[in-house]
Design a binder for this molecule. Structure first.
Ligand code: 2AM
Length: 189
């Protein structure tokens, strides 16, 4: 099973975000835009995990979630990986939030404890909006970056659970199925 742990975003937020992106989408309709219901903040991508290890992944989510109580995070600010000029992924960011950093840290520790290892790369919390399969010509990319920087969207959202998703790859893009939700149960932190 191809699995990942993520934070889901509320439907209302996804809808207002989509409306705010209309002009930007029109600038580059040929990008692989992620459908709003498929947008989320990935905490940890686990990749292919044998079915028998599913319970261990659930335990990772549960043990990290148990250490935290719900908190708020702020979504806003468009960017690209590695940058707009060579963009592969266009995203909306998350304002620096110590509780999110700690939650991610605890997911990493739990993943290690359960034998999945530590991912070891910097956590750059983001919500992928579009993937760039074929680079745009330079002038169009410059225009796109300018339009992206003008998007005025920010929203606060409550983080109340860690969701375990199964991703199934298909020719028309990955499908995500919610496998488990671990509630931030209000533990020690
Ligand atoms: P992304 O949001 O930055 O694209 C499901 O594929 C989720 O896992 C995506 O949201 C994706 O992050 C994330 N992910 C992280 N590493 C990945 C990888 N090596 N392959 C596919 N998805 C990955």
């Amino acid at each position: 099973m191809r699995l990942f742990l993520a934070i889901e975003l509320p439907t209302a937020l996804l809808e207002t975000l989509e409306a705010a992106l209309a002009m930007l989408r029109a600038e580059a309709p040929e990008l692989a835009w992620v459908a709003p219901p498929k947008r989320h903040l990935t905490l940890r991508f686990l990749g292919d995990v044998p079915g028998v290890r599913l319970e261990a992944v659930v335990a990772v989510a549960e043990s990290a979630a148990a250490k935290h109580r719900p908190f708020a995070m702020e979504i806003g600010g468009l960017g690209a990986f590695p940058n707009f000029r060579r963009a592969r992924v266009v995203w909306i960011g998350v304002a620096q939030e110590p509780r999110l950093e700690l939650l991610h840290h605890d997911v990493e520790v739990a993943a290690d404890t359960h034998g999945f290892g530590i991912e070891g790369r910097a956590f750059r919390p983001h919500v992928t909006l579009a993937r760039v399969r074929t680079p745009l010509p330079e002038d169009r990319m410059r225009r796109f970056a300018r339009a992206a920087r003008k998007i005025d969207f920010s929203a606060t959202c409550a983080v109340e659970e860690i969701t375990l998703f199964e991703s199934t790859l298909a020719p028309d893009g990955a499908r995500y199925r919610k496998v488990h939700a671990a509630t931030l149960a209000g533990g020690g932190r």
